[in-house]
Design a protein around this ligand. Structure first.
Ligand SMILES: N[C@@H](CCC(=O)N[C@@H](CS)C(=O)NCC(=O)O)C(=O)O
Length: 224
């Protein structure tokens, strides 16, 4: 454990392991080998709108990270904090040898292109049925079409790059993993498996021991 962490208590992640944004943070913490507890915040009971939780995140969204005196929201900012503060722990997610330019571009691509399409698809196909609802087929078709176009770009990029930032696994890969996992659990999993370079990338990064630990804590069966 990092020397800086001594005496500060265990890291806490407020949220639910069924949230892709919470899994994003869990992925980074496990890559760093940082022990943490998930403090349950159940969206189904609107716990994220309770005053106690709004005191941690006034936007009323999960995840929130508590690391000693530091209380942070916004999963991508949290992951940048983890990668920077604990640079020397576990996997270096911001390695000097990686292309900084590609790293920054693909962090933005995740947030602006991948996430908007995949999160809506996962919500319709996985979360809504778990909550007892039915997917809206018009939304599913539209978002599947959007995601297909986005993943075509990934496939071309990954044909020439082992990881998103080039030869090295980085924060850019980490930030995708939760939603790639959830996509793989939907009837639209072929969006992931039918693109050879995207599939090879996912097979590679999902084979990492830290990811296996992250996936094992998600309360749906791991990918076949
Ligand atoms: N930009 C935020 C998004 C967080 C987010 O959308 N969390 C969802 C769960 S996956 C949530 O709390 N939804 C409830 C709400 O928005 O009221 C982040 O990356 O942390």
């Amino acid at each position: 454990m990092a020397a800086e962490r001594e005496g500060k208590g265990k890291v806490k992640v407020y949220g639910m392991a069924l949230s892709g944004n919470v899994v994003r943070v869990a992925t980074a913490l496990n890559e760093k080998g940082i022990d943490f507890d998930i403090v349950p915040v159940d969206l189904r009971t609107a716990a994220h709108k309770h005053p106690d939780f709004l005191a941690l995140n006034p936007f009323g969204q999960i995840p929130v990270l508590q690391d000693g005196d530091e209380v942070l929201y916004e999963s991508r900012a949290i992951n940048r904090y983890i990668a920077t503060k604990y640079k020397a722990e576990g996997a270096d997610l911001l390695p000097a040898a990686a292309s900084t330019a590609k790293l920054e571009v693909w962090l933005e691509v995740e947030s602006n292109h991948f996430y908007p399409a995949v999160s809506q698809l996962v919500y319709q196909l996985l979360v809504k049925p778990l909550l007892g609802g039915a997917p809206d087929t018009a939304v599913v078709d539209k978002q599947a079409g959007e995601l297909a176009k986005v993943l075509d770009v990934y496939d071309a990029h990954l044909a020439a790059n082992r990881y998103l930032a080039g030869d090295h696994f980085t924060l850019a890969d980490v930030n995708h993993m939760g939603y790639l996992f959830f996509l793989g659990k939907t009837p639209k999993a072929e969006l992931l498996t039918s693109r050879p370079h995207v599939k090879a990338w996912w097979d590679d990064i999902s084979g990492r021991p830290a990811w296996k630990k992250t996936a094992a804590a998600i309360p749906i069966p791991p990918p076949a």
